[in-house]
Design a binder for this molecule. Structure first.
Ligand code: MCA
Ligand code: AMP
Length: 502
């Protein structure tokens, strides 16, 4: 038995002196230099007592060192659990309490605030600050630059990624070594990623898109990455003439189109633009081609499944569709009520099976049983249809979910926070079309009789409990929520009535 991710992503590069990362200061970090750094971190984690299968929680800025932590985690056979840098302490406490990591890596400022929770079990804290200081950096200084990888099997867990749930409670998706590696192999083949590629990497690295789709594929292929800490229009425009590949959420592409400098000549060295995480409007697809001559390749994935489908690299990239099932992955469309498979062309629940599909939710056997069938099919909660040419169209979502700038927001979680505010009788959170983020979080609020509160009190409650991207961008005060005869709030009606602004 070996360590599949190590063998595929790290071992081939131990002596690879080719460039891996292109940084903001114009510097280059080679594969072997980078792996030496990661190996030093692996020694620090091993000294902290981490054993194979232990969880490591990482909430850190998008630094080269944060990426090195991911690679260190593979080396020591740990389960990597990255968290959005925007999460509040109360959100972090939930994840830490649920996952019971043996190490948490976060900024100094956060470490102090997490002590109440980390002191409750055997959990060590290492710090990594945005300015690349902290106890992780100090402890790594004199460590050896080679690390013998811990043995792991294909079914051993490599990552635990939390995804919010319709009940408001986040669920940890357990991803195995084989889940991640099989997907990376298929994507590298399908998108023809090679050592000749330079990928513009401006996505966050705490989600599947920026972490696995981008990084695992780049490392497997031996490609370079232009490492940009977040979406920065100027840096991306500057990098385009020397790059070949970009992965982004639709907001990346609408923002690029918003700048007149983004044109055919600036993108003439580019080989491929890939979009995912949220629906790409056909208008964006068409405007992009008209401006640059490139057809964006749209694909479809989930935290629980990695990537499921993709438009073809060779062949027609069809706007408004997410293409065909990946090699080894099966898709079927079923009746949401009965689970029976529907004939081609019908709209129904998208179900997915394949080596990419996760192992279940951490500590939630009932949730796992509800969503992952015993025959291996995962019930995505997305509604779609397959057309007569085999392209999958996502036509909606059965789950009550808002996708804003590629981030998922489950209304229930926001409603729970708003309903707790004194003076709020009830609330309904929904998405309205937004030209930048795709959807914008909006809250309809019904106040208790004689309550004297407004937006300020609601924003304050959101600030204390929820990461900023989940905050309602607007509040609407109503005397009552529209309900159907069953008493269910009609969010479609709210969406329709309040969608004027986009
Ligand atoms: C930032 N804000 C947001 C978002 N991002 N609000 C709603 N939705 C967002 N996505 C808040 C900020 O806190 C700020 O609040 C205000 O909105 C404006 O921020 P701005 O500077 O415009 O935003 P930004 O920093 O430029 O970020 C926008 C972004 C970013 C570039 C679209 O959100 C992003 O990188 N998104 C990618 C997400 C992603 O990787 N998703 C993949 C997950 P204030 O002004 O109050 O401070 S899904 C996945 O992995 C699946 C498997 C898949 O298929 O890929
Ligand atoms: P996450 O929970 O962050 O993994 O988000 C997964 C969800 O993002 C999916 O269930 C879809 O609803 C959505 N999604 C991902 N890619 C696309 C896409 N290309 N088009 C439409 N929705 C997408």
């Amino acid at each position: 038995m070996t360590n599949p991710l190590y063998d595929a992503l790290i071992k081939p590069h131990l002596d690879n002196s080719e460039c891996f990362l292109l940084t903001d200061d114009g510097g280059e970090i080679s594969y072997n230099e980078f792996i030496q750094r990661a190996s030093q971190f692996a020694h620090v984690l091993a000294e902290a007592g981490m054993a194979p299968g232990d969880r490591i929680v990482v909430q850190a800025a998008k630094l080269v060192e944060t990426l090195a932590l991911y690679v260190a985690s593979i080396q020591i056979g740990a389960v990597y659990l990255p968290l959005n840098t925007g999460y509040t302490i109360s959100e972090l406490e939930y994840f830490i309490n649920d996952a019971k990591p043996s190490v948490v890596v976060c900024a100094d400022e956060t470490a102090g605030k997490l002590r109440t929770i980390t002191s409750q079990f055997d959990c060590k804290t290492l710090t990594l600050n945005p300015n690349v200081t902290g106890s992780l950096i100090d402890s790594a200084e004199n460590q050896p630059t080679r690390f013998s990888p811990v043995q792991r099997g294909p079914d051993d867990l490599a990552a635990l990624l939390y995804t919010s749930g319709t009940t408001g409670r986040s669920k940890g998706a357990m991803l195995s070594q084989a889940n991640l590696l099989s997907n990376a192999r298929v994507l590298v083949g399908l998108w023809a990623i090679s050592a000749d590629d330079t990928l513009i990497h401006a996505l966050p690295i705490f989600h599947t898109h920026g972490l696995f789709v981008a990084i695992n594929s780049a490392m497997l292929a031996g490609a370079r990455m232009r490492w940009i800490s977040s979406f920065d229009l100027e840096k991306i425009l500057d990098a385009l003439p020397r790059s070949t590949l970009m992965m982004g959420v639709p907001t990346f592409y609408t923002r690029l189109l918003g700048d007149p400098r983004f044109d055919r000549s600036l993108t003439s060295n580019m080989r491929l633009f890939i979009s995912g995480s949220a629906p790409l409007l056909s208008e964006t697809h068409e405007a992009f081609e008209a401006r640059t001559g490139h057809r964006i390749l749209e694909r479809y994935g989930m935290t629980e499944t990695n990537m499921n489908t993709s438009n073809p690299y060779e062949g027609e990239r069809r706007a408004g569709t997410v293409g065909f099932p990946l090699q080894g992955t099966e898709i079927k469309i079923t009746d949401p009520e009965s689970g029976a498979e529907l004939p081609v062309g019908n709209v129904g629940m998208i179900e997915v099976r394949g080596p990419n599909v996760f192992k279940g939710y951490w500590n939630m056997p009932e949730k796992t049983a509800e969503e992952l069938r015993s025959n291996g099919y995962f019930i995505t909660g997305d509604l779609g249809r397959v057309d007569s040419d085999g392209y999958l169209h996502i036509v909606g979502r059965e789950k009550d979910l808002i996708i804003s700038g590629g981030y998922n927001i489950y209304p229930k979680e926001v409603e729970d926070v708003l309903n707790d505010v004194d003076g709020v009788l009830e609330s309904a959170v929904f998405g309205i079309p937004d030209s930048d983020f795709g959807e914008a979080v909006t809250a309809a609020i019904v106040l208790e009789m004689n309550a004297n509160i407004g937006r300020a009190e609601l924003s304050e409650a959101a600030l204390a409990k929820l990461a900023k991207f989940k905050h309602p961008k607007s509040y609407i005060f109503l005397t009552e929520l529209p309900r159907n005869t069953m008493g269910k709030v009609q969010k479609n009606l709210l969406r329709k009535q309040h969608s004027g602004g986009a």
